[in-house]
Design a protein around this ligand. Structure first.
Ligand SMILES: [Zn+2]
Length: 511
């Protein structure tokens, strides 16, 4: 058996316990065997590194999730036979039996000193839980039978840590519908945490959709430059923000703006702001990413096929430079505020989200010159495809008309277009070759597909094609992957059209 101790890898440090939160960027050949056993061996060999000495991982309760190309083992941590709230370790095994990622949410043994025992009875805890959600006696409330005793990690401000005994109690109310989960301290009877599990709240906001340029085109005051800060109402769309939690911030089930400084807060979830007021970029980023993710869910990437396992963290105003980026290290997006704020242009927002989509499907996409260009081209395509139906003809192929408003070289204004005439022959493989320029060959190819088969089919086969690519891929392999996706999804109904497009763009061989 090959040694399983990790040597070359990268890690994301944890803030609470000094142990790494994530080990990644490695490929460890694992012994043959079922995923749980592989996970057990790998974790045992790296227990020191992960701070797992003396930690009890309950492999009998481990869950294995199957995605299209990997198996993901989630192992809960136990302490004195009970679950530790949200403490677990995950091991991710690719189909070829290589382990490529370990996530560590275990609480090291030194931090699991209990500072009390269970002195409250279950009955007492249930009464406390009921009282915490309704002052009226009974009031149609029902306690679900799955009351669980567990340990609740508590990190004090001075850095010391202990665990509290806790009851986890589910309380349901039929009308109006509510599903609370209440954590009651098993010693003091205090409410440790309480939330309505069913609740996904909505907020109100107004946004540019995708930009203020288009709605003002035919008005007496069209947008002339990026310094304009005040817009009439028709520049905005009134929208609902979905998936929000109840902390009054833009923390949702799909997106969180938690990396942004001076975050917008509203306990009434009223996020209506003008573009010259603080918080507008945050609202824009939240709304557009949340909606785009919900679109991907509608395409079928939901449930066990979902692309994202936790909300994407966003910094809506992350740098003064005129630059935005997706970071594969932290899996987060940052928008810059140089020139027009990038997060004021929904197409720029979705371009960066495009990188996140690729990275979610195919980690570390874009490591070769061609793959990097495909990353940029896909982001432009995804954004343009998303808004194309809403745009006037003359603007349909322009990407980023608000962000690019001050660039005199493009008319109509834009950052780039997706209908370049370039073919693969013009790909600049030299050291100065820019991935955004090269990317225009790819975005134009994808756009040809959009024009030939329409958005619903084009988006599906293009997104699906990523599942068989890797970070060092090429245009030719990308094209073949699109063809495979068409075979798998549509029985190859569009093969002739696709081949013609790739041939015309000089990409191949694809036969
Ligand atoms: Zn990009």
């Amino acid at each position: 058996m090959a040694p399983l101790t990790l040597k070359n890898f990268r890690s994301i440090p944890g803030t609470a316990y000094g142990t790494p939160k994530e080990l990644w960027d490695f490929r460890l050949r694992a012994p043959a065997g079922p995923p749980r056993r592989v996970a057990r061996h790998v974790l045992a060999a790296n227990a020191d590194l992960l701070g797992l000495e003396g930690v009890t991982l309950d492999f009998s309760q481990a869950k294995v999730k199957h995605s299209l190309a990997a198996r993901h083992v989630i192992i809960p941590q136990r302490f004195r036979r009970l679950r530790l709230y949200r403490a677990y370790v995950t091991v991710h095994i690719a189909k070829d039996q290589h382990v490529y990622l370990v996530k560590n949410r275990a609480v090291p043994a030194a931090y699991t000193k209990p500072d009390a025992g269970f002195t409250k009875t279950r009955d007492a805890a249930e009464r406390i839980a009921l009282r915490s959600v309704s002052r009226r006696r009974r009031g149609g409330l029902q306690i679900l039978p799955r009351v669980e005793r567990m340990w609740f990690p508590r990190l004090a401000k001075d850095g010391s840590s202990s665990v509290r005994p806790a009851y986890c109690i589910h309380v349901r109310r039929a009308r109006p519908r509510a599903d609370w989960i209440v954590f009651v301290d098993g010693h003091s009877g205090a409410i440790i945490r309480k939330y309505d599990n069913r609740a996904e709240r909505t907020g109100v906001a107004k946004v540019f959709d995708p930009n203020p340029v288009l709605p003002l085109l035919r008005t007496p005051h069209p947008v002339k430059n990026g310094r304009q800060r005040v817009f009439p109402d028709i520049a905005y769309n009134d929208v609902r923000l979905s998936g929000l939690g109840d902390n009054g911030r833009l923390d949702g089930s799909r997106v969180t703006t938690n990396l942004t400084r001076d975050r917008i807060v509203s306990s009434a979830r009223d996020f209506v702001r003008n573009c010259n007021e603080p918080g507008f970029e945050e609202v824009m980023a939240y709304f557009h990413i949340d909606r785009a993710m919900s679109y991907l869910e509608d395409l079928g990437y939901r449930g066990s096929r979902r692309l994202f396992y936790s909300p994407i963290p966003v910094n809506a105003r992350g740098t003064r430079e005129d630059n935005s980026e997706y970071s594969p290290h932290t899996r987060s997006i940052m928008y810059g505020t140089g020139g027009v704020d990038d997060a004021e242009d929904a197409e720029i927002i979705l371009h960066e989200f495009g990188h996140a989509v690729q990275d979610a499907i195919c980690p570390q996409f874009g490591q070769s010159k061609e793959a990097a260009a495909m990353g940029e081209g896909f982001g432009d395509y995804f954004a343009v495809s998303f808004f194309a139906a809403e745009k006037p003809e003359a603007y349909r192929e322009s990407f980023g008309s608000w962000d690019g408003i001050d660039d005199p070289t493009n008319r109509p204004p834009c950052v780039r277009r997706v209908d370049s005439a370039m073919t693969y022959e013009s790909f600049d493989h030299g050291p100065d070759g820019d991935e955004h320029d090269n990317g225009q060959i790819w975005s134009a190819t994808l756009w040809d597909i959009w024009l030939a088969v329409g958005r619903p089919i084009a988006d599906r086969i293009i997104i699906e094609s990523h599942f068989q690519l890797d970070g060092h891929t090429t245009f030719a392999r990308g094209a073949r992957a699109i063809i495979d996706a068409d075979r798998n999804l549509f029985g190859g109904r569009h093969l002739e059209q696709l081949r013609r497009i790739f041939r015309r763009r000089g990409i191949g061989p694809v036969e």
